[in-house]
Design a protein around this ligand. Structure first.
Ligand SMILES: [Zn+2]
Length: 115
């Protein structure tokens, strides 16, 4: 089970448990009072975990080097520096929206000077 799946699962368990709390409104667990608020908090926490898992899947899985434009898996470069040239890495998603001047400039550097 990947870390993301774990977050998703935990999130759904929290949401389900939270709804159970809110719906049944039982006030005591093992003699301790449990307000309805606890269920609401569990639902919020669960939604946050699910959102976090979804974000891990999409936006943050790949990064790109702005200088040499190589793409790396985010988890393999924890310091967020390009292993080739040492420049800062950026999330791949939206890269060409943030750098429209680089659009269409995907040819390797050396080939452009060739006749
Ligand atoms: Zn680089």
């Amino acid at each position: 089970m990947s870390r993301r799946t774990g977050f998703l699962l935990a999130g759904f368990i929290f949401i389900a448990g939270g709804f159970l709390f809110v719906r049944t409104r039982f006030d005591y667990i093992h003699g301790y009072p449990v307000p309805c608020l606890a269920g609401t908090l569990m639902i919020i926490l669960g939604i946050a975990e699910v959102l976090y898992a979804v974000m891990m899947k999409g936006d943050n899985r790949l990064t790109i080097c702005a200088t040499c434009r190589d793409v790396f898996e985010t988890l393999k470069v924890p310091d967020r520096k390009c292993p080739k040239c040492g420049a800062d890495l950026e999330p791949l998603k939206g890269f060409y929206d943030r750098h429209p001047e680089l659009r269409g400039d995907t040819e390797p550097r050396g080939r452009k000077q060739d006749p």
